[in-house]
Every structure is written in C-alpha cells, then in structure tokens.
Design a protein around this ligand. Structure first.
Ligand code: IVH
Length: 709
C-alpha cells in the first residue's frame, strides 16, 4: 500500500471510497453473518488507514465514512431498539508509547497540573459482543445488541436465557432506570465442545468463540440460545436516571452487588507504569483464562472527568483499548507444497514442524507467492532483508486471532549447509499445463501469482469452468446449474463443456441412465436434454464468454463478437497473433476496450493445445451465431449509458441488449465517463450523482423517444 503522506488528493478520494466500501463489506460479514474473512489486525489496519487519510484531507471525509460509524449492520430479523445513549467503540493502542501518549493527551485536555494524579482503570478486553440491558424499577425490560451503534437488535428473550444476566437487580442504590452494558461471551472449552457437537450432527461449525457467541445470541428460537452456555461480564452503562456512584471502579463494583459478574482482573492505578504492569500481568494470564481476550481497556476513573473529556467521532476520549500483539513461535520449515485454487492460482503452503502459537497447534502456513519465498514484497521491495526461504530453514511463525498463520522470518544462522534455493514450478502440479505470471498492464510488473493456463483440463479448475460455462450470461442451460455441474463432473459424465453436447447420445448407450440417477427422473432427464439442444445454436458473445478465458468477461465477449463477427474469423486472428506481434495482434489490442492483459490471455488460451481441443470439440456440436452488425448511426453509438431504478417497459437485460445493439456501452455505475442515465421510478444515488455531475438523464419514455421506438 502506498504511503499516506504521498497520496495526491485525487488518489485519496478514490481510496477513501474504496475503504468505505471494503470496510462496510467486512462489517457485514463480521457482524451480519458472523463470518469474517480477514483478521482483526487486518481490519484495524484498514480503519487506521482510512483515519490517516482523513486526517490529511479532512474535507474529503465521506458521509458514509467508516470513521463516523462504529461498524456492524442491523439485521432485519429482530425488532430494532434505538440506543438512548449510543454504543460506541474504542480507539486502539498498539504499543506502550501509544498508552503513554493517551495518558498525556488526556492530561493535556484536562489541563492537569503535574502534581495532580489521574486514576485510570485497567481491565481485560473481552472478545465477545456487547449487549445493553435495560432495567426499570430493577426489572430487566429489554436487551439490545450494539448494531450500528445507534440502533441494535432486540434480543431480550434470548438474553433472559443467560444465567449471568439477573432478571431483577438486588442490593442498594438501584436507579429507576439503568442500562447496564457488558460483553456476552462463550468460554473456549464450551466453544470446542459445541463445535464438536455441531460437527457430529453434520452442521456447519463456527470459527471462534466470539462468532459463536454472536450467532448464539441472535437465534430466532430462544431455546437454541438457552442451550449454549453464554456468559456475561458487566463493565459499562448507558441511559441511567441517576448515577449512583462517581467513579468507574465504584460503578462496576456496584454492578457486582446488583448481581452481575465483573472481571476479577480489573484494577485501579495512578500512573502509566502500574497500568502497563497490569497489562503485562493480564497478557501473562491470557492463555490460562477460560475465555478469549484481545487486549486491555483503560478508562479514566473519575466520571466527572469522563464527562469533560467527552467523545471524538466514534470513541470516547476517556478510554482506549491496548491490543495484544499477534503471537509468534519458532519452528522448522519442512516442505513447501503448491496448491492449485479454483481460479488456477498456484499457492505455496509451508509444511511446518508442528508448533503451538497462542494456544493453537500450527503445522501449515501461507507463503503467499513465489516472490514472498524469494524475499521480495508485493511492492517489489525486499522483505526479510531480501533473505529467501528454503526447506530446512528455522522460521518464525505468526498468528493473529483466527487468521491463517504466516511465516515471517528466517534464522540464517540455523540454515542447513545443503539448503538450496526453492525453485517455484512453472508447470501446474494438478494438470501439467504451463503456469504463468501475467504482465499487469497498469503497473508494467509481473503479477505476483502464477496461474495454471490449463482451464477445463485442469482438475482443480474444471468444475468451476463448467459452472461458469452453464451460467446465466453464458450458455444458460435450463436445469443445468452449479449443482448439476458438480454432479456430472463427479459421475465422470461431463469433464468439460464439449461433453455436455454429447450427453444425450452417450446416455442412450449407458448402463446407468441419467433418469435413474440421484436427483433425476424420466421427465427431468428428457427436459435437460431438450434444454441442451436448445443451446446448440448460441450468440457468439455468449460462446466466447462461456469459455471462461481470464480477463474476458461478458463485456469483452461482446466486443470480440462485434469485432470479429464469426468464430472462424476470431480463431484465424488468434492463430495469427500467437507470438504477440504482427497485424492480427495489433488489430486485437487496438479493439476499443480490449486491454493488453485480456489480449494476451486470449491468445494464450487459443494457443493452448488442451483448451483448443475443447473449443474444437464444442464446435462440432455447437454453432455460434454471427454477431449482429452494430448500428454506428444511432444517437447513442459510442456513448456510455447507465440504467437505474426500476424499468417498467423492459427488463434490465433487454435494456442492456438494446443499448448495446445501438452501439452504446452499458455501465453499472455513474462516473465522469457516463454520457446518459436512464432512470426509472425509485432511482436513488445514481440519479443524484448524475444530476450533480450534470449528466443528461432521461426516463424510460425519453429513452424510447431518443432511440426511436
Ligand atoms: S468499554 C464507550 N470495556 O470492545 C466504549 N468495552 O471496541 C465502552 N469490549 O463495543 C466500551 N471488553 O464490545 C469496554 N472491558 C471492556 C470491554 C469492551 C470488550 C468491547 C465492547 C466494545 C468494544 C469497543
């Protein structure tokens, strides 16, 4: 990633947009689906980068900036509860210096004299999910998740099943209204037991205790929640009719009197050093605790000072979370194996002498790509001081939360004398086809990933290729979806697309007829054969797109079909362009919209003997229809059009096809390059953006008037 200090204004704007989208997607996966795809550390890095860019360009802060929300989306299946006092999140500190800075910042803000002490609490940061419990006249009336911070989900019925949550508050000084906040979590052993049970029952297992806790609390059936041993620590409060104490520590102690569990490792300290001592104590205790924690939270103890300090955007100025660093361990790299992914990417995996990192036994780790093994980072700069990784090396393994472990460092002093540099294969280990690194046009650099060019013939990619071939915008065969593609492949009946078109005749001769197989009957089998027959003639662009050539999507498929008109002309051109030079190559790269990367991938695909065999076999049974001549006279020829809102007289696909027939390019998003926006009822942000940018907009009737229909 480029240095924030070097970003131009334009780059910053683009990047803030990307970060907003990306972080929102991660939030949705993390909170909405309880299935994160990146580690907390990576997520924090994204948010930190967003903040750093916003700091440099404060006027570029977006309305949907992640810095203005606390993350997480509200699920629709539960009723919503608006938080009277928003549920915020905490700023992070990653080092002792960050903590020193935090305390100094607070003291400065409060203009404290050097002699004045500033008591601060320290307590474990529990890795669960926060919950707000509202008590009226001492009775539990509602429980709400954090949601987006402003509005959460009403999970009252489920909260009532948690033993640690009192239904009625006992003891002194219970306010008329008080909202106690804290963390719902699941013990580590309880998580393992539950997952083992789920696995035995053939159910989907959870990734970690936190996601299990979240999933368990958000069950529509409270009996399921009740069967999960969820626990709760109280550590904060929201709406309260009258504060019964005036310090953080005393409030939490009062919670205990009322019947809540509070964390025994919480302490009150007068200075940074004892705070950091407590941090280290908690860190030492971490692996012995029965629940997961991911840091230590410091809070200014005096509530009047908290009040004065207030909040900055999404977090209080009076608190900070000191995160634990990712954990590491030292072990031996026993072997390097290459896995071939569904898109043909060759991924090196380290086989390690098993070692425990942060309580988990690790025996595999990702090595990213061949540059990483060679000691080159993704930006082309050396990593590990340019030291390569060799089989037999002693390495440091790193694991943060539930991310895939990584190999970080090599101890050169322990390198065996006979260790040889690792030679990355240039043939696919799954099918033997060439594995190549493509040239990235934009950067002029080689792609860091080496990919198998085998396509259909590569077993690692075959099923994916088949699924793509039959997909909606390709061959779109009725009754032949992803499930069938997998089944036919596993039964050995369809190994590549050409096999689809010989299925009927082979089935007629087969001992196990399709109609007798799982999921089929007489009628469905015969319907499927008819649906296949219906595609023996097909538009050329669908044929090209269906081949699943890298970088050749629907749009490029259409451009190629329009340009070459027939499959024969396309094949001749590809054969002539085989050395990436000459008139045919020039013609290909000069097609408006076809970049060099796609052009290379095309030529490579048709030159590959295995792929070509499949194409030739397909053409025995399938006839691609020559492309329609595109109007160049039309009023929208060469223009970029966006359709938005709901269209009433034509479907989206029809609108798209019509515009393309008339020579227009159809895009899904409005930008400076858009010439025309056709907006139906309900059009929202795209229409607004078009108006803001001064782009011509039409309704559906206006569109038909323009194109003369
Ligand atoms: S105090 C205004 N204390 O961390 C913030 N939060 O990143 C009040 N968390 O949403 C939160 N343990 O889910 C606080 N001892 C603790 C915590 C804790 C875990 C979570 C909580 C919060 C998130 C903030």
């Amino acid at each position: 990633m480029s240095d924030v200090k070097k970003l131009t204004r334009e780059q910053a704007e683009v990047e803030l947009e990307r970060l907003a989208t990306e972080i929102a997607e991660h939030d949705a996966r993390y909170h909405g689906e309880d299935a994160p795809t990146i580690s907390d550390a990576e997520y924090d890095a994204l948010r930190n980068r967003n903040t750093a860019i916003e700091k440099r360009f404060p006027d570029l802060v977006r309305a949907d900036s992640p810095s203005l929300s606390v993350g997480s989306i509200v699920q629709s299946k539960f009723e919503k509860i608006t938080h009277v006092v928003p549920m915020l999140s905490l700023d992070n500190a990653f080092s002792d210096e960050d903590v020193v800075d935090f305390v100094a910042r607070v003291r400065r803000f409060l203009k404290l004299e050097e002699s004045q002490v500033l008591p601060i609490t320290a307590e474990p940061k529990i890795d669960g999910l926060s919950l707000a419990l509202r008590y009226e006249a001492g009775e539990l009336v509602s429980a709400a998740t954090r949601g987006d911070g402003a509005e959460g989900e009403n999970v009252t019925a489920n909260a009532r099943t948690i033993a640690d949550i009192p239904r009625k508050l006992e003891g002194n000084d219970v306010p008329d209204v008080v909202e106690v906040r804290g963390e719902v979590y699941l013990g580590k052993q309880d998580f393992l037991d539950l997952n083992a049970r789920m696995e035995a029952e053939g159910k989907q297992t959870y990734v970690n205790p936190r996601n299990t806790a979240a999933g368990s609390l958000r069950q529509l059936d409270s009996r399921i929640t009740a069967s999960r041993p969820l626990k709760f620590f109280a550590y904060a409060w929201g709406d309260v009719s009258e504060l019964p104490r005036n310090s953080q520590m005393q409030m939490v102690e009062l919670f205990q009197e009322w019947g809540f569990k509070i964390n025994p490792l919480m302490g009150l300290f007068d200075d940074v050093d004892p705070l950091l001592d407590r941090y280290r104590l908690i860190e030492e205790q971490r692996s012995h605790l029965y629940y997961d924690i991911d840091g230590v939270v410091y809070k200014v103890d005096d509530l009047a000072l908290q009040q004065r300090l207030g909040y900055v955007s999404r977090s209080p100025r009076w608190a900070i979370a000191h995160k634990f660093p990712a954990e590491t361990a030292i072990t031996v790299l026993k072997d390097i194996e290459i896995q071939v992914g569904r898109t043909g990417a060759l991924s090196p995996v380290a086989r390690l002498e098993p070692v425990t990192v942060g309580g988990v036994v690790v025996s595999n780790a990702t090595l990213h790509n061949e540059d990483y093994i060679a000691g080159i980072g993704s930006d082309g700069e050396p990593i590990r001081n340019g030291v390569d990784l060799r089989i037999g090396d002693t390495v440091t393994v790193y694991r943060a939360g539930d991310v895939i472990p990584k190999v970080l460092d090599v101890d050169l002093s322990k390198r065996p004398a006979d260790a040889k540099p690792y030679v990355f294969p240039d043939k696919c280990p799954a099918c033997g086809s060439d594995a190549v690194r493509e040239l990235n046009e934009k950067t002029g650099k080689l792609d860091s990933t080496r990919r198998c060019t085998g396509g259909f013939i590569c077993p690692a990619q075959a099923v994916e290729g088949l699924k793509h071939f039959v997909s909606r915008n390709a061959f779109d065969i009725d009754g032949f979806g992803e499930k069938q593609a997998e089944a036919f492949y596993n039964w050995g009946m369809v190994m590549n697309p050409a096999d689809i078109f010989t299925l009927r005749e082979r089935d007629a001769r087969s001992l196990t007829r399709l109609e007798n197989r799982d999921g089929f009957g007489k009628l469905s089998a015969s319907k499927l054969f008819d649906a296949i027959d219906a595609r023996r003639e097909i538009d050329l662009h669908r044929f090209i797109f269906g081949l699943g050539i890298r970088h050749v999507g629907e749009g490029n498929g259409k451009l190629l079909a329009r340009h070459y008109q027939t499959i024969e002309a396309l094949l001749v051109a590809m054969d002539e362009a085989v050395n990436f030079e000459g008139a045919a190559w020039e013609e290909l790269v000069n097609i408006d919209g076809i970049g060099e990367t796609a052009a290379r991938a095309l030529v490579r695909f048709f030159a590959d003997t295995n792929s070509r065999k499949v194409v030739d076999a397909l053409l025995i049974n399938v006839t691609p229809r020559p492309a329609e001549q595109v109007a160049t006279e039309s009023p929208v020829a060469g223009k970029t059009v966006v359709f938005t809102g709901s269209l009433e007289q034509m479907s989206r696909d029809e609108a798209k096809a019509m515009a393309e027939r008339l020579g227009a390019k159809v895009s899904g998003s409005v930008s400076g390059k858009t010439d025309l926006v056709v907006a139906g009822p309900g059009a929202g942000s795209k229409l607004k953006k078009a108006t803001d940018l001064g782009i011509e907009t039409l309704d559906e009737d206006g569109w038909f008037d323009l194109v003369g229909r």
